[in-house]
Design a protein around this ligand. Structure first.
Ligand SMILES: Cc1ncc(COP(=O)(O)O)c(C=O)c1O
Length: 500
């Protein structure tokens, strides 16, 4: 690590007794203050916590310096395939940070949180309209947790028909994101793989013999992880339904379909969306996220607790009071709870702000521009990067490294060299269908100029790979950290200051 650029750890800057902030005393004497903050003996730690003690300027400079060494969508173009790293409009932040929301305790009783519950309910309904579903829960905290929740709904559905023990297989394509088989396994189901055809779509001939009364569901994302629209979905849906199984839609790739096509209309029964991707709330580095799950009519009773409902009248048919309009309910048929609360509220607030700002026409335009931008880059680069699957693609596409393989320059080298040009690296070595996968998703939020500059950088790297391959192979050269040993970091992570 370059200690000059990064400076020291905050622990190394700590000096005993240094203070950056003091709790206001409100004119109270020392005795009263110390009396009022004394915790009972039984609740105190045996040994005090080792906290850093720094003055305010040191803390502010430390974190600001660190932030300037970071890369985010607010500082540059972030073409990370499969992740929909779109720009996050600042109005979303303003809404999520509104004092009426930001200070709300998760256990606030419903009558005192009507505005927050209205927000939750409105977002549920908006997602139903966008996805073509009957009902949504916003409780799961990530796409992967949404997958698990959706599969639990599917399991509960089969169990309710006396087929819970029999239907234990989940079919996933060989191009699927790793979370799909992982979620199925965590749900206690068995994973069966279906092959892709040379054009990258699900091989229906391979699927047909897999479908029988032991199958619980098929999990698909559309467009798939190659960015290709699965045009056989109606056929697949009718085969799956004939076999008594359900269709699960992984909504991580919903962006290009926004306002254009709906999973519910394609025959999907259960879906999740990633609010942190499609609906422009910041993510990366492990959070925060939100993976709402939608279901078609008939499955809503299995959705997890708690739920938010909008009442128009009381049980004895009187008009409901405004303070009781939105209520939190627990259904006895639900599969249980997947979160202690109603989910990641700040992410929900940002997503609703985004949806309402764009409106239905704006969402449709976003979806179409996402496809246009990806196609623009793909067409501009396919003479120097190898496009393994020709044809139309949507919001993202995959190259199989450089066309000219004689230089020995790999996808990893290209990704690292892009950092020197000031871009976040695309997704690499996923999907697993090709040796040198390089997956690019520009999103709709980038201008023509940004796309042109990125194309120029990619072409520069392709030229450099032939003229000066060593420079590409040893990149990056201009970043604060050059080549961390990522294998050691993954196998032997050092997570605490003490173990340094
Ligand atoms: C296709 C696909 N499915 C599911 C997920 C999982 O979403 P999350 O990272 O929110 O758990 C991802 C994440 O990148 C994805 O690309």
């Amino acid at each position: 690590m370059n200690r000059k650029v990064y400076g020291k750890l905050i622990f190394e800057l700590s000096r005993e007794g240094r203070r950056g902030y003091a709790v206001p005393r409100n004119g109270l004497s020392d005795d009263i203050v110390s009396e009022s903050v004394q915790l009972p003996e039984a609740m105190r730690r045996a040994t005090p916590l080792r906290l850093t003690e720094v003055d305010e300027p040191t803390a502010v400079r430390h974190y600001n310096n660190m932030s300037t060494n970071n890369f985010g969508v607010d500082t540059g173009f972030y073409p990370l395939g499969s992740c929909t790293m779109k720009y996050n409009p600042k109005i979303n932040e303003e809404m999520a940070c509104h004092s009426c929301f930001a200070g709300l305790h998760p256990s606030t009783p419903a009558f005192a949180a009507q505005g927050a519950l209205q927000l939750y309910w409105t977002l549920q309904k908006a997602l139903c309209e966008i996805g073509g579903m009957e009902e949504f829960t916003l409780n799961p905290f990530a796409g992967a947790q949404g997958e698990l929740t959706g599969l639990m709904v599917i399991r509960a559905y089969h169990a309710s028909r006396g087929e819970g023990e029999k239907r234990r297989k989940v079919i996933v394509p060989d191009s699927a994101h790793g979370t799909n088989p992982a979620s199925a396994a965590v749900c206690g189901l068995d994973v069966v793989e279906v092959k892709s055809r040379p054009d990258g779509t699900v091989d229906v001939a391979d699927l047909e013999p897999l479908l029988d009364d032991t199958v619980a569901a098929i999990m698909l994302t559309n467009p798939n992880t190659l960015g290709i629209f699965e045009k056989d979905i109606p056929r697949i849906a009718s085969l799956v339904h004939e076999a008594g199984a359900l269709m699960y839609y992984d909504g991580a790739n919903l962006n290009p379909l926004l306002g254009v096509a709906r999973p519910g209309d394609m025959g999907f029964d259960v879906m999740h969306v990633n609010l942190h991707k499609t609906f422009s709330t910041p993510h990366g580095g492990g959070g925060p996220g939100s993976g709402p799950v939608g279901v078609r009519k008939g499955l809503e009773k299995f959705l997890p607790n708690p739920r938010v409902v909008r009442r128009t009248e009381t049980p004895d048919r009187f008009p409901v009071n405004e303070s009781d309009r939105y209520a939190i309910e627990y259904s006895p048929l639900a599969l249980g709870s997947v979160s202690a609360t109603l989910g990641n509220f700040a992410v929900q607030a940002r997503a609703l702000a985004y949806i309402l700002t764009l409106g239905s026409d704006g969402l449709m335009e976003a979806g179409r521009l996402a496809t246009l931008n990806a196609t623009y880059i793909k067409e501009a680069l396919k003479d120097c990067y190898l496009l393994p699957i020709e044809g139309l693609s949507k919001h993202e596409f995959v190259f199989d490294g450089l066309r000219d393989k004689s230089t020995g320059v790999t996808t990893l080298n290209i990704a690292k060299r892009l950092l020197d040009h000031g871009y976040h690296a695309p997704t690499i070595y996923f999907p697993l269908l090709f040796h040198e996968s390089l997956m690019i998703e520009p999103t709709e939020t980038e201008s023509r100029e940004t796309l042109d500059e990125f194309i120029a950088a990619m072409r520069d790297i392709a030229r450099e790979a032939i003229e000066d391959p060593e420079t590409v192979k040893t990149a990056p050269h201009l970043t604060p950290v050059t080549r961390p040993d990522d294998t050691t970091a993954a196998l032997n992570p050092v997570l605490t200051f003490d173990s340094l």
